[in-house]
Design a protein. Structure first.
Length: 537
């Protein structure tokens, strides 16, 4: 019975081996897994040789003396330690070597399709056009020369052939050549011959050494252990491939159970460490981005400040008090003083719709246009009309500019002005406060607009407040607006000299409170004719 049990066990083992061979043969013959395995080896070789060629090139072109011959200074031959298996390794075959059947070889190809280096010189000599030697694979080679790698598996009468093409990239990641790898795969005949020898040896081995009790004990005691180890290995491989949710069940407190516990513990720690590292990277990136934006906004702020007048005009009997505070680093409000040769003074205040950098850019463009147009005419309405036509052609849809432009004749006190949709300035004459009205649409909405011009003569002691809507549209904590009536009332209470700006700012602060988040740019210009001025006849 012992002998029969042993023979039965040997037969069962041999049947298992035959079934395993059939499965392996089927997988290698019909399954894409075999193709993937062969392709992986060839692709790995192509990538390694491509990296070696790129490292040797060191620039934008391949090294002209590159070779696959081992021992040469310009050789890019790689030793077996670079390959996970013999699959993909290339043996150098010189021009005078004997022919080898189904030999693996590698080619280094220049951008114009010539062979620069060959590991099989007898059949694939250098300087030859690769299209003549490998016409069926030339389309993949041309793709690789343009930066697109490729690979394929072909079944021929001599067996399965695997080839892969990888681009050689410069330091700028531009293709400067390509590496072509040609590797023969395993054929069904080779597998069958090897398995026949293996089957004979194993049958003798099992017949002589296998005992029924040993076989039975081994099957009983190792089946569960192997299953647990298989689960552990599978989870490890999937975790290494990026599936970080893998965990294994712990069924026993033995040595394998300890491995399972340590695997789960290390997986949790690694996942947590990766989360922390990713969080640190994101925080660092956001910090750098904020610093860059703050630096750029600070530079833009200094540039915009340089566009505003550095000094106020110094005219006898006249006093000018400007104030400018943007809501952000840069804003869309602006004011300007234009002094002309005949003694007249241009006074400008404007407001670009929107905030931030776009509004600041439009503000700079409008200021430049206004200074240019004002030099060619003394008509405020005509100046605004020219700027409107220019802005209408180029300004972004939805953006516009409000602007009030006035010409002051210091001798007579005459103020000649036009308004392009800006908030009406206030004139204080004695205890009476009135608006300086003139009609006209904002700049940049549509071309061909006519702007009304008006005049007013400022007497000694009179003052004019030019301002932007950031003052009157400020809100307090109860969402109440500062408003035009409040401003008009304050003007009748405060003197119109240089202290008016500080007085209005104090009133604004008292209205909005200490925690006010400024909503819009606040700009004011106070024009005051001193009370001791003498009117000219």
């Amino acid at each position: 019975m012992t002998v029969s049990y042993a023979l039965t066990t040997v037969a069962a083992v041999l049947v298992l081996e035959i079934m395993a061979f059939i499965m392996i043969w089927t997988l290698l013959t019909y399954s894409p897994l075999a193709n993937n395995w062969f392709l992986a080896g060839a692709t790995q070789s192509a990538k390694l040789y491509a990296l070696a060629a790129a490292a040797q090139a060191g620039g934008a072109v391949l090294y002209p003396h590159t070779t696959f011959e081992p021992g040469q200074p310009s050789s890019i031959a790689l030793s077996n330690e670079y390959f996970s298996s013999n699959q993909g390794n290339i043996q150098y075959i010189g021009a005078h070597s004997p022919d080898l059947q189904n030999a693996a070889f590698a080619l280094l190809i220049t951008p114009d399709g010539h062979i620069l280096a060959s590991s099989y010189l007898k059949h694939y000599p250098v300087t030859t056009l690769v299209a003549q030697l490998l016409p069926n694979q030339y389309h993949l080679i041309t793709n690789a020369l343009s930066g697109i790698p490729g690979s394929a598996v072909v079944d021929t009468a001599q067996g399965r052939i695997v080839f892969a093409v990888e681009p050689v990239l410069s330091r700028e990641k531009k293709p400067i050549g390509a590496v072509y790898i040609h590797v023969p795969g395993l054929s069904a005949g080779t597998l069958l011959h090897g398995f026949s020898s293996l089957l004979l040896i194993s049958s003798v081995f099992w017949l002589l050494l296998t005992l029924p009790v040993g076989v039975l004990f081994g099957l009983i005691t190792t089946r569960g252990l192997v299953r647990r180890l298989h689960h552990l290995v599978t989870a490890t491989m999937r975790f290494a491939d990026g599936n970080y949710s893998q965990r294994v069940p712990i069924t026993r407190a033995d040595e394998v159970g300890q491995l399972e516990h340590h695997f789960n513990q290390l997986a949790e720690q690694l996942v947590e460490s990766m989360k922390q590292q990713q969080l640190l990277i994101e925080q660092h990136t956001r910090k750098e981005e904020r610093a860059r934006i703050e630096q750029e906004m600070s530079t833009a702020h200094h540039i915009q400040q340089s566009l505003l007048p550095r000094d106020v005009p110094a005219l006898p009997d006249w006093h000018f008090t400007p104030y400018y505070k943007p809501a952000n680093e840069v804003g869309g409000d602006f004011y300007d003083f234009l002094q002309f040769d005949d003694g007249q003074l241009g006074i400008v205040i404007g407001d670009v719709s929107g905030k931030g950098v776009p509004a600041a850019l439009v503000m700079a463009i409008t200021r430049t246009m206004l200074r240019t147009a004002a030099r060619s005419t003394f008509s405020p309405g005509e100046v605004l009309g020219r700027i409107n036509n220019l802005l209408s052609a180029d300004i972004t849809t939805g953006m516009f500019v409000t602007c009030f432009y006035a010409l002051l004749h210091p001798e007579s006190g005459r103020l000649h002005y036009a308004n392009a949709g800006h908030d009406l300035p206030y004139r204080r004459h004695g205890d009476r406060v009135s608006e300086l009205r003139a009609t006209g649409m904002p700049l940049g909405i549509m071309p061909g607009i006519q702007y009304e011009e008006r005049d007013v003569t400022l007497a000694p002691g009179d003052s004019v407040l030019f301002y932007s809507d950031g003052l009157v549209e400020a809100h307090n904590a109860r969402r109440e607006m500062f408003g035009f009536p409040r401003l008009m009332g304050l003007l009748s209470e405060h003197p119109g000299d240089g202290s008016l700006v500080n007085g209005l700012l104090n009133e604004l602060e008292a209205f909005t409170g200490d925690n006010w988040d400024q909503e819009d740019d606040v700009t004011m210009v106070v024009l005051n004719r001193t009370a001791y001025a003498h009117e000219n006849a």
